[in-house]
Design a protein. Sequence first.
Length: 255
Amino acid sequence: MMQSVSNMSIPLSWKAIVKQVFGLDAEIQAVYFYESKKNQVSRLRLLVNGEQTNVIAKKYVWGDMDSEIAVLKKADSLDLNVPSFIARFSDIAFFTPVPGVSMHSPITEKQACLLGEWMRAFHENMTPPRARGTFLRGDCTLKNFLYDEEGEKVYSLDFEQAYFGPAEDDLAELIVTLLTGAKAENVWESPHILAVKAMLRAYKRKFNATFLFEESIQGLTNRLEFRREFASEIQALIDELNKRKNIFIELLDNR
């Protein structure tokens, strides 16, 4: 969700920052604030040299700003469908907006395939040769992906938690959110499980299916702590997946 702010209430400090970053003739026409649990993120509609443009401004309250900028610069240079870095001012970074809308479970098989292809490209291209482990995007949940229906592309946002580790960490986080809303009684025929299969099929890279199963169950278990209103449904899903562990592992490995 976004909350807009009229030109009259835009802080003078923001107006001054925009002029320093984009030029003395740059003016803020509107500000739209995004809901964020970690940092202060807003979309600015600017008038620069007589032309209207939109930029994303991210004020870092949490996370490593330098690390995220470095990740985005490299990913952008590899055409990995991420925001482009524009400039920085103190603890604020400016990026280009990306098209699309936030992805929410259940997603279509087509969207899941695009998601798997993006994950494969990120893991393969962002991991240096002879690195110990895979370079992971971290916080790999659907809320950090956008789907652009017109361009038929998936874009990814927010890389403050990127790190090196086993690929299964990213995949398990993604599987947990792909299963969000799935009911234990019909999970095996649900669009949620079809999305998991499609995503992994498109991912194509090798992984340990048993370890991925264990990480996915752990991820669902962790959700019990902060999604207490859905605790009974999540626990039922965990019980069903554990009950048919071999089936789920075979499903994960059937690529």
